[in-house]
Design a protein around this ligand. Structure first.
Ligand code: ZN
Length: 138
């Protein structure tokens, strides 16, 4: 069995944002040389997510509105976590949107369902953060 590990770096210039990272994961898969196996992709920070959904701009506006309803950023004083920081909402948003995804690799490709793409969700940006890509197989 082969294994491959790589960290992808992101620096989202706003507090919140979504990035389609499918091309970078496909690059990792090519670099690994693995044709059959599994890939794990996870955010290495507790205020960011990795998730799979549709690459459709309206949907990302819908996610933004939905997440702000569930865990509004303001007023920051509403959260107990915000004693000395202001990112409690980002921790909650990360928990809702998830830490990681696992995708099957078949014939050297990500074995997606229809319209599936991998996204990085940033909820406390304006700094460098990492995503781990771990591929195992042969
Ligand atoms: Zn925090």
């Amino acid at each position: 069995m082969k294994s491959f590990r790589k960290e992808l770096w992101f620096n989202v210039p706003s507090r919140r944002g979504f990035v389609n990272i499918t091309p970078q994961v496909e690059d990792c898969l090519r670099e690994s040389g693995i044709a059959e196996g599994m890939v794990l992709v996870n955010a290495m920070h507790i205020t960011a997510s990795v998730f799979i959904n549709d690459n459709e701009r309206g949907l990302f506006n819908d996610f933004e509105i939905w997440l702000e309803k569930l865990a509004p950023h303001e007023p920051v004083s509403r959260y107990q976590h915000n004693s000395g920081e202001d990112n409690a909402d980002a921790h909650l948003k990360r928990s809702i949107m998830g830490r990681e995804v696992v995708v099957a690799i078949t014939g050297g490709k990500l074995d997606f369902g229809p319209w599936e793409q991998i996204f990085y969700g940033e909820f406390d940006g304006r700094r460098k953060k990492r995503v781990l890509v771990k591929i195992i197989g042969e």
